[in-house]
Design a protein around this ligand. Structure first.
Ligand code: ADP
Ligand code: MG
Ligand code: MG
Length: 906
């Protein structure tokens, strides 16, 4: 029975050179990124080895059915295989002129190196003769066969790659040669037998009954069985642990599946006019317009990425004897691809005896600096417009540019140099395995992962590391590509580094220096240098490119962006980053440090006079605080939130006090000293609450201790008056936290207006200070129409609103069960990181709407941490919030995300 859904799509030419491609670049959800772009390249006339693509949906159906093929799918695949054989004029497994294929994974989203690929499929004891006859090159043919058995065993059957590597080493020792290339055809033929033996010994007959011949497991000779097992393995690789981890880290859905591309092989290892390589159409590290990449002569597939041999820069290709034509054609294709995709492209190619073949292309991964530079250049080149340029940069990626760098004034000795593979500087303890980095990170330590070269199994360690250092591999090696994608600083190919991973140490060649596990090292991925010890790091300044893109972003965005800041340095910084005001100035932070003593006296002292004096002192320091802050924010609005946390947060920890008393007792302290401490403990105990976050805090505190908000309001008004007299334009706004009824706000507003009027009269200046509230309790959102009658503005405190809407105590649940909720899909995202669309955002939307009913002029902002989260920003833009407020370093991210939200909604 034939299938009703289309599961397989052809790409490339037929026997007459006619393009018979069925897909195109817009079909990534069906064909995966690789399949869709192989089709697209064939459609625009580029040389693509013919093949066919099995859809992602088939993968998911197969996986969801417990690894059972949908009915008819295998028949369809057989039809397309036969068609491919006809197009190529060769048959898989043929003893005279065999067709060989690769079986390549390719998901809708690029997941570099995460899933599996098998090359040279179709070789067996018969077709090897055909390959020898066709190529007249027995060495090449036997090398292909042994590679195939090795790859098939490793990727499809899951055997340990070392089994085969060790056999190669043993063979080399036996022959007395040092390099793989010194092994001759007969050696490789013998290796094929050894490899088959390893296969038989290590594959379980129980798991693979179809592979049992005469009672023992045999390497499959039937190309159809090879093909089916390989396709199943690629399907299975969608759910291998490293792919699952990569998706989680990159927020890629688990139900997309991977496509499988079955493609005729071309050979980069047929001698000195053959080569293979990877390239970018521009520099992915800094965005410069230059061809970037590496190639290897006489090599196949993975050899470049694996960093096994030293590669040559792509720009030299067209100067190599026998490769001139292909090298020039490749550079032409770079231009064709850029003009077609209107983006920087990442390319895999192979040259077989002088003929160029394109094996892959996609939008290239790039650093934030490169993303900005390329987007701006492409606007100048007329390839894209500003709107598209703004959409091209990932807001989260901007974080990279705000990464630390070596302090220019720091003195240090460079002990080794490598390639500057991923920018930014890192300092940490040297660790020689991914597992060690993960363990150290869990213990709160910062590490640099030091490896010969990384591979996909190192992913967890690469995520946990501050920086990555490798001794091998070029700028397109695994370590470099992954590090750039994650924004982790990376220096690779440091040849002077002689790593002994077993001993967990690395020697620096030409010196007696040794880096041992736990030693502090520093690296700078912008320049490619390695330093022993810790170098001081500093935050970088915004580059011109970032400024340009953010200015463009500002042309498109509707949402305002303010910053959460409570000291003048942060206020200045946020202004530099483009904040349009302060959305939240928390005053409790102003009561820490040496000021804690003052507020403790105020809370705990029974003596009225002492309390008055403490209040006076608090007032004085607050005037100074607000004066400096308002000065820094001159001309821009600044929302000051009155004291919010439970009072006990300013007091000593009663448990520590108990310990101190016990110690004093044991040490024979005087009775009066002890009595004093005990009295203090009793008082502090009096402030302890069962649920402090739901207790005496926010506006409730102001109602119970009216003197506190009063002195704060007076300080704000006085600072404002002072600045006005100096000719400045201070714009404070007063925010009452944790209101749940309009009556609370009404009471506080009345008092505030009274105080402000008094100060204005005393100072003889006019003081206009808007008064508003935080909406952070469900009742406040539900009665926003009433509350708005007493408010000039609302600021949605989405941290607390998330806690109170879910009934989640953030400090408890984030560690305890949110991870389980996420892995069990009980929640789509951590609601403390990205605002909960269905619940919390609905309350915000309701608050905005009701708020406008109560006060048509009300200004609505968001000041929770969600204000700096791109996904949440899209939601807030949609529900009519006026601005978001976030930490200073997130301001650039928010400006860009807000622009993208507006452009998307258009
Ligand atoms: P990945 O997604 O990990 O890059 P690929 O499917 O692109 O995996 O394949 C891995 C390597 O094998 C690449 O270097 C690619 O160029 C090479 N390769 C894949 N298919 C072919 C083919 N048909 N002929 C020659 N080389 C191939
Ligand atoms: Mg590839
Ligand atoms: Mg709050």
């Amino acid at each position: 029975m034939s299938d009703s859904v289309k599961r397989v799509y052809a790409f490339g030419n037929d026997a007459n050179g006619k393009n018979v491609t069925e897909g195109n670049t817009d079909m990534k959800a069906i064909l995966g990124g690789k399949g869709a772009n192989l089709a697209e390249m064939a459609n625009i006339g580029l040389p693509v080895p013919p093949g066919f693509t099995i859809t992602c949906q088939t993968c998911m159906e197969y996986a969801n059915a417990g690894n059972v093929w949908p009915e008819g799918a295998l028949d369809t695949i057989a039809e397309y295989r036969a068609d491919l054989e006809e197009r190529m004029g060769k048959k898989i497994g043929d003893a005279k002129d065999p067709l060989l294929v690769s079986v390549r994974s390719g998901a809708p989203m690029s997941m570099p190196g995460m899933m599996d690929t098998v090359l040279n499929l179709g070789l067996n004891d018969e077709s090897i003769n055909g390959l020898i006859a066709q190529t007249e090159n027995p060495r090449f043919a036997w090398d292909s066969y042994r590679r195939f058995i090795q790859m098939f065993s490793n990727v499809v059957m899951g055997l340990d790659g070392d089994l085969f590597e060790n056999a190669i080493i043993a063979m080399k020792n036996d022959r007395g040669v040092s390099s793989d290339t010194d092994l001759v055809a007969e050696d490789l033929q013998e290796l094929v037998d050894v490899f088959k033996g390893i296969f038989s010994q290590n594959v379980s007959a129980e798991d693979y009954p179809t592979l049992v011949v005469d009672g023992t497991v045999q390497f499959p000779q039937d190309p159809m069985i090879q093909l089916q097992l390989a396709i199943e393995a690629v399907f299975g690789s969608w759910n291998n642990p490293r792919a699952v981890l990569y998706r989680k880290k990159n927020k890629i859905a688990d139900d997309l599946g991977t496509a499988v591309n079955v493609q005729s092989m071309v050979f980069g290892n047929k001698g000195n006019t053959s080569a293979t390589g990877v390239a970018f159409t521009r520099n992915p590290a800094n965005g410069e317009k230059e061809f970037y990449g590496d190639y290897l002569v006489n090599a196949q597939g993975e050899d470049v990425v694996a960093g096994i041999r030293n590669t040559s820069p792509i720009a030299e290709l067209k100067n190599v004897d026998g490769l001139e034509e292909a090298g020039k054609q490749l550079e032409d294709i770079f231009v064709i691809l850029e003009n077609h995709f209107r983006d920087m492209c990442d390319i895999e190619f192979t040259i077989e005896q002088g003929k160029l073949w394109m094996l892959q292309t996609r939008a290239g991964k790039r650093t934030a600096a490169a993303a900005l530079h390329i987007a701006i250049q492409m606007v100048e080149e007329g390839l894209i417009d500003k709107r598209e340029a703004v959409m091209r940069v990932e807001p989260e990626q901007l974080d990279q540019l705000l990464h630390p760098q070596f302090d220019k004034n720091a003195k240090y000795d460079v002990v080794a140099r490598g390639l500057n593979a991923s920018p930014g500087a890192a300092v940490g303890e040297a660790m020689f395995s991914a597992a060690d980095v993960v363990a150290a990170k869990e213990a709160g330590r910062k590490c640099v992962l030091v490896r010969w070269e990384t591979n996909p199994d190192d992913l967890a360690g690469m995520i946990a590391a501050e920086g990555i250092l490798t001794s091998h591999g070029g700028k397109t090696s695994h370590a470099a590509v992954i590090a750039r994608g994650m924004g982790v600083p990376c220096v690779c190919g440091v040849e002077a580094l002689k790593i002994d991973a077993e001993k967990k140490e690395a020697q620096i060649a030409g010196s007696d220096l040794v880096i041992r596990e736990g030693d502090l090292i520093s690296l700078d991925g912008t320049t490619g240098i390695v330093v022993l010890g810790a170098v001081d790091l500093v935050k970088p300044e915004l580059t011109g490119d970032l400024d340009t893109i953010l200015e463009w972003a500002d042309e498109f965005r509707r949402l305002g962006v303010r910053a959460n800041a409570d000291n003048p340095e942060d206020a200045k910084l946020s202004r530099e980053f483009g904040a349009q005001g302060i959305g939240l100035c928390r005053t409790e932070h102003m009561f820490l440090g040496d000021r804690k003593q003052i507020i403790q006296t105020y809370i705990l002292n029974d003596d009225e006079l002492n309390r008055e004096r403490a209040a006076e002192q608090l007032y004085e320091v607050q005037v100074g605080d607000f004066y400096e802050m308002l000065k820094a924010m001159d001309g821009l609005p600044m929302i000051v939130r009155l004291l919010d946390p439970p009072l006990h947060e300013f007091l000593d920890n009663p448990r520590e006090l108990e310990v101190e008393i016990a110690r004093l007792e044991a040490g024979g302290a005087s009775a009066s000293d002890l009595a004093e401490k005990r009295e203090l403990l009793e008082k502090i105990d009096g402030f302890v609450e069962q649920n402090p976050m739901l207790g005496m805090r926010g506006v409730r505190l102001g109602i119970m201790y009216p003197q506190l908000p009063e002195l704060q309001i007076r300080a704000i008004a006085s600072a404002m008056a002072k600045l006005k007299k100096e000719g400045l334009d201070p714009k404070p706004e007063i925010m009452i936290p944790l209101v749940s009824t309009v009556n609370e706000l009404s009471l506080m507003r009345g008092k505030a207006e009274g105080v402000i009027a008094e100060v204005a009269q005393e100072a003889g200046v006019e003081l206009e200070i808007p008064i508003g509230t935080m909406i952070e309790l469900p009742r406040a959102a539900l009665t926003a129409d009433e509350i708005a009658t007493k408010a000039d503005f609302f600021s949605f405190g989405t941290n607390d609103l998330t806690q109170t809407t879910f009934g989640f105590s953030r400090d408890d649940v984030e560690g305890e069960f949110i991870p389980t909720y996420l892995s069990e899909h009980l929640l789509p995202v951590n609601p403390f990181a990205t605002v909960d669309e269905g619940g919390v955002a609905k309350l915000v939307g309701m608050g905005v709407e009701l708020g406008h009913e109560g006060n048509p002029d009300i200004v609505c902002g968001v000041c929770g941490e969600h204000g700096g989260d791109p996904d949440s920003i899209h939601t807030f833009n949609r529900i009519g919030v006026d601005y978001v407020s976030c930490s200073p370093y997130r301001v650039p991210v928010a400006r860009l995300a807000a622009a993208q939200a507006s452009i998307k909604e258009d």
